[in-house]
Design a binder for this molecule. Structure first.
Ligand code: FPP
Length: 237
């Protein structure tokens, strides 16, 4: 890999293992989420330090709405708390904050607070932090397909020349480069309906470390491993 591309432009993380981390310590699952939020802070700072331009994290899947009501409400409350508390962390580090997913399912208060933080941080350009909430890969592809269908009904002449870049722009990630590296913690080795389209050529890094224990050193190890990968995109060198 040439020197330029050794640092991935976009790192995406499936932050898994909070519940197990808490259970191993005889704590409630929510304690794992609380400590997991500190890991996210540490990794965000490290992205800025290393020159990663986009960090995205899978914080809450469409499927996660099926968790016990107390856990769902704790996670939404935690997000609301962080949106209010971390403004200076984002501003001091030049981080632009973006939430992507099926936002119609969020409470009005939370959605408004998120929109406020997105506006406040809109001009920051050291790092873009994308938090996927109420997101799933299939949902994203389907909502893009529906947008396309509506356009095509209006103007069927667009169909023939509608290609990948045009479809990319209809996904909620439109304008954001595809992830170069997808990290999943806690030993699980699957995509779990995450960035199905966008991850077509991502490198994967799986680690047994549980998310609350994943800090700067573990993140540096992942970047180090990435720098040794030979990315061919289906071609030959
Ligand atoms: C997966 O662990 C983690 C989640 C579903 C929530 C992730 C949320 C955070 C790290 C909180 C901080 C985030 C923000 C944006 C404030 P799990 O509960 O599935 O763990 P398990 O597989 O061990 O049960």
């Amino acid at each position: 890999m040439d020197k330029e591309s050794r640092i991935p432009k976009h790192v995406s993380i499936i932050m898994d293992g909070n519940g197990r981390w808490a259970r191993e310590r005889g704590m409630e699952r929510i304690q794992g989420h609380l400590v997991g939020a500190d890991s996210l802070k540490a990794v965000t700072e490290e992205c800025v330090a290393q020159g990663v331009k986009y960090l995205s994290v899978y914080a809450f899947s469409e499927e996660n709405w099926g968790r016990p009501a107390e856990e769902v409400s704790f996670l939404m409350g935690l997000l609301m708390k962080k949106v209010h508390e971390e403004v200076s962390l984002l501003m001091d580090n030049g981080v632009r904050f973006v939430v992507l997913g099926n936002r119609a399912r969020l409470s009005r208060d939370l959605d408004d607070a998120i929109t406020g933080l997105e506006q406040t941080t809109a001009k920051n350009d050291a790092l873009t932090m994308i938090v996927f909430i109420s997101y799933s890969g299939k949902w994203d592809i389907l909502q893009a397909a529906k947008k396309f269908a509506r356009k095509a009904v209006e103007d069927p002449s667009i169909i023939d020349d509608f290609g990948f870049p045009e479809f990319d722009s209809l996904l909620v990630t439109g304008g954001i480069p595809d992830p170069d590296l997808i990290i999943r913690t806690s030993g699980e080795q699957r995509i779990s309906n995450y960035l199905l389209w966008q991850g077509a050529y991502s490198e994967f890094y799986f680690t047994p470390v549980l998310w609350p224990d994943f800090r700067k050193e573990e993140f540096r190890q992942a970047l180090n491993e990435y720098s040794t990968r030979d990315r061919r995109y289906g071609k030959v060198k």
